[in-house]
Design a protein around this ligand. Sequence first.
Ligand code: ADP
Ligand code: MG
Length: 370
Amino acid sequence: MILPPATLGMLGGGQLGRYFVMAAHRLGYKVVVLDPDPASIAGAAADHHIVAPYDDTAALHELASRCEAISCEFENVPAATLALLEKQKPVRPGASAVRICQDRREEKAFLRGANIRVAPYLALLPEEPIPAQASELLPAILKTAREGYDGKGQWQVSDLDELASALAASGVPCVLEQRLALEGEFALTLARSPGGAISALPLVQNWHSGGILDQTRSPANVPTLEREAKGIAEPLIAALDYMGVLTVEFFLVEGRLLVNELAPRPHNSGHPSLDNAGCSQFELQVRALCDLPLPEQIAVRPALLINLLGDLWQNGTPDWAALLALPDLHLHLYGKGEPRPGRKMGHITVTGDDWSTVEETCCKARQLLG
Ligand code: ADP
Ligand code: MG
């Protein structure tokens, strides 16, 4: 067990890293963030910020020497970086699990191998001819195998010509996924300790707009789906021998769940836990990293989350004072500089004792946001 006031390391310096810093600080730990951006918002909140690329060996040695254990806030940290750090300090999640989650081809092959349902797909390479089976998947979504997020690196394709131009435009390995008629989107965030104990937040329901998360309802309040999701995610996290926080994104299709993708970290849709749960996803991340006890049950109150994207600033700064006048509304702003369209600048979570109050307040908040 790594106890406070030990120093913990965080690879990545965005809002997820920033919440990790806050959760670690609350428990009495110190945090060193490594992120190449000198303006990193997690770096600014941490005790120390190493400004360096993720493959800077000297910087990684410095991080390892300053910290007792290391975690990450995004899946695109090179697996080789995690492997190098692992030789020196506990790294949770480890290189082998993150390597799978950072490549859609590996991820889907792993899921299929574990008999978990995924959307019908094909792996494609830009330099190779498109196989005949591709036409059976159309209309489809072409996704870059690596580095995609918030719907970036995706092309909607409805015929083979569109597919050929999208694949050529991508210039990188991709997966072609059948476009499914989704009856709903859900996510389960869970933590696993080095000893194998598992703790899960309740299943949440998500609504996306233009590939970006717009709204989350926590808890989703569908007990049959929550059981199904846990029945998929708990064996999955154990099969990955995963240590840390993992989010499993699900699609509901024809009344059954299939796995969309895995995020080897806390997740935007887990943010309601900052305000509605006995233990947030970031405290779970600190606990799993440090091998502290994980909570057996996490009680939650009804909550709705609305993401605040940079688009909102197009007509000036939103009226924070009016929003903050609403009862049980929790405003989170991440402290990022420029509010670009599609950039996640913050979120609000409305909590309450019952759904009708939460929905009413959320409706008023939406009106204020325009
Ligand atoms: P990202 O890494 O950007 O989150 P996802 O694969 O999760 O990429 O896709 C983003 C969103 O696009 C999903 O949450 C869903 O709304 C939509 N989407 C993705 N794949 C499919 C699909 N096969 N069929 C229908 N909608 C999809
Ligand atoms: Mg996703």
